[in-house]
Structure formats: C-alpha cells, structure tokens
Design a protein. Sequence first.
Length: 212
Amino acid sequence: MDAFYEESAVNQNAKKGARRYKIAHILSIIFLVLGIIMLIMCLYNIPLAPSNENATAEQIASYQTAKIACIFCGAQSALFWIFWFVLRKVKMGVNVSFDYCFVSGELRISRVVNVNRRRLLVKIDCADMIQIGDIDNPSYERFRADPTVKEIVCTPNNVAMEGKFFMYVLANVNGKKMYVLECRENLLMNIMKFVKRSVLESDYVMQERKQK
C-alpha cells in the first residue's frame, strides 16, 4: 500500500517576514564587507618593532601609532563580524514556514526559510510514533508537562489557518519528542493507514464534528 501526501504550514505574516529577511540580509552583507575591509587594514597595519635599542623617537612613535591602528582595526573587524553573525541568525528566524511530506509510512518535516532555503528537520517512521492527537485535548498538556518529552513546534503560526488544526505527533526519535504541526486532517488520515488505531488519542474528535 503506497501513500503520498504533502502540505505546508505557511507563515501568515509572510510579507512582513520577507521584508525583515531582506533588511537583515542586506545589513549582514554590509557588515560582512566592512569586517573584511577592517581585517585587511588590521593585517596591513601590523607594526614591526624597532630593530635595535638605538631606535629614534620618531621610529618608536611610528611603531606605537601603527600598533594602535592595528588594534583599532582588529577590534572594529571583530565587532563587524559579530554583527554579521547575529544578523545571519536573525534572518534565519524570520519568514519561516514548514513542509510536511508523508511517504508510505514515513513523515518528513522540513524547515523553509524565505521560501527557497529548505532544510530537512526529521524523518519519523510510523513504527516510532507513540501517540497522535489534537493539542486542544488534555493529553497534549500531559505530554508537554512530562520532563522526558521534548516539544518541537513545527509551525510559524499561533492560530491555525482555515481548514487546519494543530496536531501533535509524539514519537521516539533519539528520545521522546513531540512535534506540533499545523495541518489538514488529511495528513492524519494518511498516517492512520500505517499505524495502529491505538496510536490515535482516545478522545480525538474529527475536525468536522468539532467545528459544529
């Protein structure tokens, strides 16, 4: 029995996120260039100490000036590199969405940054799934309070888009991890073809009935 299903949890503030990403990206490039320039200036200004004890006052003064310039350029370069690193981290956290792909017994979750930068987060085999359910049900809070369970939120939104709900997947993936997805019930229906009925929480209510 083969199955293939794919959908995405798209950032509801994608336009704002795209603008923030662009600003952070441009600033990161500017600081990167400045960091490289100041590093080159630092290397260029590395002073050579006077070769003997009879160095003139002018030579010593020139050495001290070059030394100060080198330290200044090095400090500036380090500061610009720090700014670049921080902005790089910032831009990777804005305009984020998630892709869910279910292929014949395996759920694949990917993180997508600014539409085109895609990274696979995890592959979950149906055999490793412990429980699946709706985060509105008490079982979610029970697992969330369990110190042995690590929660991993795989959606950028706090409110589910129309036609979707927040589903949790508790699985044994190098320890107990609970993945929170924003998806349509179709994803759950496809997963249920490959797991035991007992994997679905006992108090689960179909979304269509729940909304009535």
